[in-house]
Design a protein around this ligand. Structure first.
Ligand code: TRP
Length: 327
């Protein structure tokens, strides 16, 4: 049976190399396989569960779509759409919310972090975030969700809700699994934590030119640590090298082990490899950006494909849950 892949991308401005290697690249690879049907949505409703800028939201939503198109998501192969355009996401989230408890959702680490971060905005929507995500996934009876390890608590909830629906209402939701991609954890250039847009100096933007990339990579600290172990930031360089310049990686690793490595050489080789990967994406982004009618057509058609599936699931759920449905 064909597997169904669903991913939800948050609308948080421009992508960086970590997003690209960790999600976009894997998503484009999945759409090329014949046994996966892929649905990818920008989760604009999720963006509204914490304070957001209402002027920026529509801009970032479209911008994320453009980024993913530039990275190689092919609208002929994958449905690329905006969550709020398929009204079933919000509708079905209501039914999902019946299948979990306040206690379960309020104990999630992600929820607790947000409460700390926005103590003035602890809304019902914030608490319901995992139910909206569960809705995104189950609406399409998705089997695979290509998200990072940090999303595992949400995935567990989604599986619990699926089991509940199946046991109590005779639905046939598969238990969705996290689909693990090769670059799922891209460490920060600082060596601390993961590459993140909110940490200056930690990331390469997809829009960086060769000069900027060189500067950023050259400033990655390479001082040795006590005991001769690889320092975390040196490890970052090797992780990136392994993903982007695999054939050069072994040679640099050997030089490192022999203590003959010139870090400048490794860094410039890595910078070139990063730029080589990003250049075609940047060119494509420019092209797409200048054709907004095309982008909007993609978004509309994506929503239609998604709606076909989502509306069937919602009808089935309503029927099984005992609501009065008219033909
Ligand atoms: N919670 C996810 C994140 O923070 C975003 C998300 C929302 C998502 N709905 C989803 C991811 C559905 C995968 C599937 O990145």
């Amino acid at each position: 049976m064909k597997k169904r892949v669903l991913n939800g991308m948050r609308a948080t401005g421009k992508l960086h190399l970590g997003n690209y290697l960790g999600s976009a690249k894997g998503m484009t690879a999945l759409q090329e396989t014949s046994d996966h049907e892929c649905l990818y949505c920008v989760v604009d409703l999720h963006a509204m569960t914490t304070p957001y800028d209402k002027v920026l939201l529509q801009h970032t939503t479209r911008s994320v779509i453009i980024d993913y198109l530039a990275c190689g998501i092919d609208p002929d192969k994958s449905a690329l759409f905006v969550q709020s355009h398929v009204t079933q996401h919000a509708e079905f989230a209501f039914f999902c919310a019946m299948m979990s408890t306040v206690a379960r959702c309020s104990h999630l680490p992600t929820y607790k972090e947000k409460v700390k971060q926005y103590p003035q905005h602890v809304t019902m929507a914030m608490l319901n975030y995992p139910m909206l995500m569960t809705s995104d996934i189950l609406l399409y009876k998705a089997t695979d969700v290509p998200v990072g390890l940090d999303q595992e608590p949400h995935m567990e909830i989604a599986r619990e809700v699926a089991r509940r629906f199946n046991a109590d209402y005779g639905m046939d939701f598969p238990e969705p699994q996290r689909f693990i991609t090769k670059g799922q954890y891209i460490p920060s250039l600082t060596g601390e934590g993961k590459m993140s847009k909110s940490v200056e100096g930690s990331y390469i933007a997809l829009t960086d030119d060769l000069d900027t990339i060189r500067k950023k990579i050259r400033s990655v600290p390479t001082a040795t640590v006590a005991g001769g172990e690889m320092s975390p930031s040196v490890k970052t360089l090797f992780v990136l090298l392994e993903l982007l310049a695999q054939n050069e990686c072994a040679q640099f690793k050997k030089a490192y082990d022999d203590q003959t490595l010139k870090f400048v050489e490794l860094k410039d080789a890595l910078s070139d490899a990063i730029y080589k990967e990003l250049k075609p994406i940047q060119t494509k982004r420019h092209e797409i950006e200048s054709n907004i009618p095309y982008v909007d057509k993609v978004i509309k058609e994506g929503a239609e494909k998604a709606r076909d599936i989502a509306s069937k699931t919602v009808r089935e759920v309503k029927e099984k849950m005992g609501l009065l449905l008219l033909r």
